[in-house]
Every structure is written in structure tokens, then in C-alpha cells.
Design a protein around this ligand. Structure first.
Ligand code: G3P
Length: 301
């Protein structure tokens, strides 16, 4: 699995590169703005992005702002021309730029992907929340698709009535096995109390929890990644999947278990991946156990 670092903080990018684990960088406009603001006018946004592109060992995803096809194509070309001379760049295009239902822009993301990718510009399709969107994005020519795992978990938890900050934290692991056990028990009750299969099938109230605990058959962000990978494998689709909106080390591990091509990880998630209580304890034990004759091996003359 390739690891991209999901940050615009140059110091974080450099540190993660020094650990030898970075294959690319993903950013978004708000992350870049926050990082540039911290420099208090000492660097322009253009210079800042140039620096990120120069230091990154792999593609840096830069996002367009436009909400329709023509604007996205114009901005995508501009970003690519401006920065691809300093390193590898991918242009981030939202899979569907609509801001409300039926605004006529639903397919503008796909159109922009097709136009830019046919010019040889690598496209990272962002805000992917369903396997269906990922299939269409790949057909339109996406180099990468970015399913937002954490946000799908947020959505399912909010459907179930859980509140962020109260019932769970942004970085809490979402245990879907637990949810499925609860859902199955509720269905057992339904089955035991119904007379016919038709009655069970049509009992909207009885199935309520089952429906709330998923998003149209997707049980979690990790499950979304699994379904996209399965569809791509079915058809030998070459588009690479970037597991995005990853909030904790266990989620990073689970997408690795699925064989995802890339995970883009916030700096703190990478930090969390290296820690284990028993490793630290082991080091403490080694340190307190040093044999003087062994340590003498390292004495310099
Ligand atoms: O990788 C996408 C990321 O920047 C958004 O993450 O945690 O805000 O959903 P998050």
C-alpha cells in the first residue's frame, strides 16, 4: 500500500518523508489556507504550493474550486500548468459538484474528468461516497478515486442518532461488527414475532435499525473501499483507489487488509500507527538490562 500524507503542513510533510514512508501528498484549499496563514504573509500561496510539490516524492493532489465543468477544466489546466513543472501533480475534481438536488450540475464532475484526463492530466476524483460514483468516475477516466471513509462512518452514525463529540469522537474507530450483531438480533425478534415471510419482508418498523445502520448497503467507510475494490477487480479497472478521510490507525490497517492501492493519512494517524504499549515496554526492559560487556562493543577508541 502506498501512503500519501493528508496535510498541507510542510513541516509535517518533511518529517513524514524523513521517516521513509511517504509516496505522495493530498491537500485541499482549506488545509493550504490554514498552513499559509500560519506563515503570516511571509510566503504566497503559489510559492507555498510550489514548495510542497518540490519536496514530495510522489503526486501532490491539488483541488479545483469551480462548481461547473468549464470552470473546473479551466482551473485544472491552470493548476497543472503552474505546478507540474516542479514535480508530480494530480488535479482533484469532485465526483458531483452539485450543491443541491437537481441543479443540473450532477454530471459536470464526470465531464471535467473526461476532458482533463483526455489531455493527459492525472485526476484524483474526490468526495466519493458510494461504489456507484466510483464506477462512473473510473469510466470517465479517473487516475485515482478517493472514497471518504471517515465521512461515511459519520453519516451512518448520525443516521443511527449518534452525535459527534458526544457519542463518538472524530477519531473514534467505528465498530461495524458490533452494529451488525445488534441489527441481526433485532431481525431475530422480527422473525420470531411474525407469521409469514411477506409480513417480515414488509415490516418497515422492524427493519428500521437495519436500514439506519447502513447507507444503501454500505456498512462503513472501510466497506465502501472494499466494494469499490471489488468492482474494479471484476472489470480489471486500472483506476487506483485512495482511501481518504482516514481517522485512526485501525481504519488504516483495515484498508491495507483489503489491498487498497493508496491510503492518504493525516500526520497524527501515521504517528498513532507506530505506537504500541508492549513495544515501549520492551524497549524499557532492554534498556534496563544492558550487559556491560555487550555495551563495550560500541565504545570508540
Ligand atoms: O482525505 C480527505 C480529508 O482531507 C477529509 O478528511 O477527516 O475531514 O473527513 P475528514
Amino acid at each position: 500500500m502506498k501512503i500519501f500524507v493528508d496535510t498541507a503542513e510542510i513541516e509535517e510533510i518533511k518529517t513524514a518523508i524523513s521517516w521513509g514512508i511517504v509516496d505522495g501528498v493530498t491537500t485541499n484549499p482549506s488545509l493550504i489556507k490554514k498552513a499559509v496563514d500560519k506563515r503570516q504573509g511571509k510566503i504566497t500561496m503559489e510559492e507555498y504550493i510550489k514548495e510542497i510539490v518540490k519536496i514530495s516524492p510522489g503526486p501532490v493532489s491539488l483541488e479545483v474550486l469551480g462548481g461547473n465543468c468549464d470552470k473546473m477544466v479551466k482551473e485544472g489546466r491552470l493548476l497543472y500548468e503552474k505546478f507540474s513543472k516542479y514535480g508530480k501533480v494530480a488535479i482533484k475534481i469532485p465526483v458531483n459538484p452539485s450543491t443541491q438536488e437537481n441543479d443540473g450540475l450532477e454530471f459536470d464532475g464526470l465531464k471535467a474528468i473526461r476532458r482533463l484526463s483526455s489531455e493527459g492530466i492525472p485526476i484524483n476524483v474526490t468526495l466519493v461516497m458510494s461504489p456507484e460514483q466510483a464506477l462512473l468516475a473510473a469510466k470517465a477516466g479517473a487516475t485515482y478515486v478517493s472514497p471518504f471513509a471517515g465521512r461515511v462512518d459519520d453519516y451512518i452514525r448520525s443516521k443511527m442518532g449518534m452525535k459527534i463529540g458526544k457519542d463518538f469522537q472524530k477519531d473514534s474507530y467505528f465498530d461495524t461488527e458490533r452494529i451488525q450483531i445488534i441489527a441481526e438480533r433485532k431481525i431475530d425478534d422480527l422473525i420470531n414475532n411474525s407469521k409469514s415471510v411477506a409480513e417480515i419482508y414488509n415490516d418497515a418498523e422492524g427493519w428500521k435499525f437495519w436500514e439506519l445502520a447502513q447507507d444503501n448497503g454500505v456498512w462503513s467507510g472501510v466497506d465502501l473501499v472494499a466494494k469499490i475494490l471489488q468492482i474494479y477487480r471484476n472489470y480489471g479497472i486500472k483506476t487506483e483507489v485512495i482511501a481518504a478521510s482516514i481517522r485512526n490507525p485501525r481504519q488504516a490497517r483495515e484498508v491495507a487488509e483489503l489491498g487498497v492501492h493508496i491510503a492518504t493519512l493525516p500526520f497524527e494517524v501515521i504517528q498513532g500507527m507506530i505506537s504500541h504499549y508492549k513495544t515501549t515496554e520492551g524497549m524499557r526492559n532492554f534498556a534496563s538490562d544492558i550487559v556491560p560487556s555487550y555495551s563495550a562493543l560500541f565504545d570508540q577508541k
